[in-house]
Design a protein around this ligand. Structure first.
Ligand SMILES: Cc1cc2nc3c(=O)[nH]c(=O)nc-3n(C[C@H](O)[C@H](O)[C@H](O)COP(=O)(O)OP(=O)(O)OC[C@H]3O[C@@H](n4cnc5c(N)ncnc54)[C@H](O)[C@@H]3O)c2cc1C
Ligand code: SF4
Length: 327
């Protein structure tokens, strides 16, 4: 049986109180929302905070609404709430699709969208018990100095494994972060980095308070597709978010594709746009974009599943997403 270490659990009700607790306890404290990722990681000894600061009661992190042409989603809203919310469903159904495909129903009712954006990277050699990792000699991400995925590598390439960030990226969402130096807004497109140890451009003491998404213009549509071993619960083996803008003649005016669960950050695939803009989304155009995506993606062995198969499935996911958007 995997046991948790002893810790103190705080339940602040305001953002100021949460930030003060994190500041007061420094490196010994961690924020926790639904705990669906952090608690298993604590059981594996990957994190051993003495103080957990719960975010689920923080008022400023709640609510979903439209304000000044922007959809605001509180970071502590659960994935299930986001997936079922009528405003999200009407204005940004691609996000509802992605939130509704995270893990399984029980975890979606507890896991939050904030925890999804702030999710730790994952790797076959990292998400294991302390005993397992010790037997292998640990690795760069935790307690060691080598990488088992890229022998001789000096940088961790653990997989970004969250489903909502690719959709938030094609939607040009802004992240509202609050920390010791106050509040700031960061475009989600500039938030993730290629360092698998900590792949977020923020201080560990900063909290994600809310996500702000500009209401998409008429003619802009977003779709999401995900590859996983068991549709009922698993993390992505690959995922794809696609955004297409169509003009009055159904010709593509813009196209964006973000792919993740390959390396440490969700990746914007720029080149597909060239094949699509100015054309209708015919099967031939969709195939050209899918082929381009295949050429740009090279999954690593950071997830147990065959990287060649994951790569071969990228054009399939792109084709399915674009076919949905063309319909
Ligand atoms: C069996 C299983 C299957 C899963 N499948 C998927 C899947 O298919 N797709 C997927 O995307 N995820 C999956 N997950 C991971 C997880 O359930 C989700 O990512 C969920 O959204 C995490 O949210 P949470 O509120 O539980 O985060 P927590 O576990 O509470 O926190 C996760 C991390 O984010 C930090 N954090 C949380 N909220 C904030 C905040 N507001 N500001 C700053 N830091 C914060 C925490 O400190 C922690 O480091 C799965 C988990 C399990 C156990
Ligand atoms: S990618 Fe390498 S360093 Fe990173 S968690 Fe996996 S084995 Fe460790």
């Amino acid at each position: 049986m995997l046991r948790l270490h002893p810790y103190r659990y705080h339940r602040p009700e305001t953002l100021d109180e949460a930030l003060r607790l994190l500041d007061q306890h420094g490196d010994d404290a961690m924020p926790v929302a639904g705990g669906t990722d952090l608690v298993p990681n604590m059981k594996h000894g990957l994190f051993t905070p003495g103080q957990l600061v719960s975010l689920t009661r923080v008022r400023e992190m709640r609510g979903i609404g439209v304000d000044d042409g922007t959809i605001r989603i509180g970071a502590a809203e659960t994935l299930d709430t986001v997936a079922r919310d009528p405003t999200v469903g009407r204005l940004i159904p691609g996000l509802a699709q992605a939130a509704g495909l995270v893990s399984g129903p029980q975890l979606r009712r507890v896991g939050t969208i904030g925890g999804n954006v702030m999710l730790d990277t994952r790797c076959t050699y990292y998400n294991q018990t302390r005993f397992w990792r010790e037997a292998l000699g640990y690795c760069l991400k935790k307690d060691g100095d080598i990488c088992h995925v890229v022998p001789g590598g000096t940088r961790c390439v653990a997989a970004h494994s969250a489903d909502t960030p690719p959709v938030l990226m094609v939607l040009d969402a802004m992240l509202e972060l609050s920390g010791p130096d106050g509040m700031r807004q960061v475009p989600v497109n500039r938030f993730f980095t290629s360092d698998g140890v900590w792949n977020r451009r923020c201080d560990p003491r900063e909290l994600l308070v809310a996500i702000r998404i500009p209401t998409p213009a008429a003619g802009v549509k977003v779709a999401f597709r995900k590859l996983r071993a068991r549709n009922s619960i698993d993390f992505p083996l690959a995922n794809v978010a696609a955004r297409v803008g169509l003009d009055s003649e159904q010709r593509v005016s813009e196209l964006r594709i973000v792919v993740s669960a390959m390396g440490s950050y969700p990746r914007n695939l720029g080149k597909g746009e060239d094949a699509a803009v100015g054309n209708r989304l015919t099967p031939a155009v969709i195939n050209a974009v899918a082929g381009q995506a295949f050429r740009q993606c090279r999954p690593l062995l950071n997830i147990t599943t065959d990287p060649e198969w994951r790569r071969a499935m990228i054009p399939v996911l792109v084709r399915r997403a674009l076919t949905e958007l063309a319909a």
